[in-house]
Design a protein around this ligand. Sequence first.
Ligand SMILES: Cc1cc2nc3c(=O)[nH]c(=O)nc-3n(C[C@H](O)[C@H](O)[C@H](O)COP(=O)(O)O)c2cc1C
Length: 225
Amino acid sequence: MTKDTSIAHAGSLYIRYRGFTMLIVGICGSPKKEHSNTRSLLEKALKAVPNGQTMLLNIADYNIQHCTGCDSCVRKKPCPQSAEDDMPKIEKILVDADAIIIAAPSYFTSVPGVLKDFIDRSRAMKMNNHQLKDKVFGAITYAGLRYGGQEHVVDVLNRYALGQGMIVVGSVGSPVKHGTFGSGSLQTDTGSWRSSEEDELAVKGCELLGQRVADVAFRLRSIGE
Ligand SMILES: Cc1cc2nc3c(=O)[nH]c(=O)nc-3n(C[C@H](O)[C@H](O)[C@H](O)COP(=O)(O)O)c2cc1C
């Protein structure tokens, strides 16, 4: 967490932002490995971060086993599942992050199972002295239908972040044009279909969210120096 005015850490996990090295991690919660609409929006949010070097994790690329409810983490013992899957790799990255953005498609107005597995397994980070505490958090969602449960998905994600002690922020754009989180739908107002790339308000909302997350993370880092 040091102020660094000389190096950009090009190619590393860290970005330099207004003189600080920061890590902003995006997690795509779609089970799709290709052509994910939420991933495309997450990329827009990360690209909007000044200096642009960020890290995107596709949750579908990782082997994450279900939480079995054994409560080992509550007793501060290692999670038995972590000896066999990829959770430790993700935890290692998230511990270093200044900010985290999670993007999730609406699946029956909630998050897909692959992302819920990550959420449940990350309970170990909470039990281990709130390892995600004070990281800035932003949520993105995308749904098939115009009214497809977007607000419910964002609510799930924001409450998850609050439970982990993170600092939840929303985008701040035009008060009469932009919403407070990255969101949209494949379905247009007239009932035709589009991709998230073609959903201008969703793209703009995600860009604003990326900027807001980076800005708040920077302010927190400034206070800490
Ligand atoms: C199992 C499943 C459940 C879904 N449930 C909903 C839903 O409740 N509401 C909705 O509008 N779209 C629903 N969808 C559509 C997805 O939200 C939509 O296709 C989204 O763009 C997928 O994002 P992705 O391309 O990033 O995976 C569902 C899709 C699947 C596969």
